[in-house]
Design a binder for this molecule. Structure first.
Ligand SMILES: Nc1ncnc2c1ncn2[C@@H]1O[C@H](COP(=O)(O)OP(=O)(O)OP(=O)(O)O)[C@@H](O)[C@H]1O
Length: 311
């Protein structure tokens, strides 16, 4: 489990993480989302003790990272811009990591296999593509067979096959009861991988809920109904909490009734329907709505953040 409790991080006068609290739970993949500069990497660095919170605490399985006797066996991480000596081979890199943490050689072979790196295990890392480098980083994160896995932008630079591989791998790790957290700035992609989403903007928590709930929250766009008799349907549906607007000659937009309720009411009164479509917004639209005031720079008009910074 990863727990953030009221964590604030300031660099000089700039608050990068602002009283952030959330929990990434075992058995789930938690997507950690936010636009560029939202504070995701800083938060992850605090979880593994690479940065210290100004206030609050970041805990891994109930303890601060440094308090664990064998942290690599507790939490495996992939952080951006991970330094691997380019002259080393994949296997020598993993072996040296394993040796310093008392991990047996056979585990190195296992993670090389899991990461699909067997064919290039003896090749120098300097010649690796971005995707192979990501796979090596993920292999290193899994080396200690940790109960918690935290990956910063793991699908960055991966081709579709690589993205699918990460998705299956993380789902498998969560199914084994591990805590899995990954960061991204792409909500639609993350929603396919994650069960739970934590969204931040300018260091603040904007959403912390299941993927389905978050989608439902933003899907409140009503139901589009096409009918041969709009006037009759309006009469049939009229009632408290129901709003009906006309969008075209034979088309209505209904709020306050589900597609099922509308269909049943129309059938009961013999009103013909040609279409019944719940209006949903795309996840990317939902994400932009959520983070609109929290992006550091947006195309065209300066965002609130930029105006503040230049004030
Ligand atoms: N050491 C530092 N000193 C000063 N400011 C910093 C430092 N590290 C990060 N920041 C600032 O903190 C903010 C959050 O950065 P962070 O890298 O955590 O965001 P992020 O959500 O991971 O963004 P991205 O998706 O672009 O990687 C940015 O404005 C960044 O410039």
């Amino acid at each position: 489990m990863i727990q953030l409790r009221d964590v604030t991080k300031r660099y000089g006068a700039k608050t990068v993480v602002d009283r952030l609290s959330f929990t990434a739970r075992p058995g789930q993949v938690t997507g950690f989302l936010g636009p560029n500069g939202a504070g995701k990497s800083t938060t992850m660095r605090m979880v593994v003790g690479l940065d210290a919170p100004t206030s609050g605490e970041a805990l891994v399985n109930g303890k601060r990272y440094a308090e664990h006797a064998a942290p690599l066996q507790e939490i495996g991480v992939l952080l951006e811009a991970k330094a691997v000596h380019p002259g080393r081979t994949a296997v020598s890199h993993l072996l040296s990591l394993a040796r310093t943490h008392g991990i047996p050689r056979r585990r190195v072979d296992q993670v090389i296999d899991m990461a699909g790196l067997s064919a290039v295990a003896g090749k120098r890392v300097g010649g690796f593509s971005l995707g192979m480098g990501q796979r090596l980083g993920i292999a290193a994160a899994l080396l200690g067979d940790p109960g918690v896995v935290m990956l910063d932008e793991p699908v960055n630079g991966l081709d579709p096959e690589g993205v699918l591989w990460v998705r299956n791998l993380l789902a498998g790790l969560a199914a084994e009861g591990r805590t899995v957290m990954l960061s991204s700035h792409l909500m639609s992609e993350t929603a396919l991988i994650a069960d739970h989403l934590v969204v931040i903007g300018r260091g603040r928590l904007l959403a912390d809920s299941g993927v389905d709930e978050l989608v439902a929250q933003f899907a409140g766009g009503g139901v589009k109904v096409a009918t041969g008799d709009p006037a009759a349907l309006r009469t049939v549906l009229a009632g408290p909490g129901v709003t009906v607007t006309s969008t075209a000659a034979e088309e209505l937009l209904v709020s306050g009734r589900s597609a099922r309720e509308i269909g049943l009411a129309a059938a009961a009164y013999g009103v013909p329907l040609f279409e019944l479509t719940p209006q949903t917004v795309s996840l990317e639209e939902a994400f932009m709505t959520l983070t609109r005031d929290a992006v550091e720079y947006s195309a065209g008009l300066p965002s609130a953040a930029l105006q503040e910074a230049t004030r």
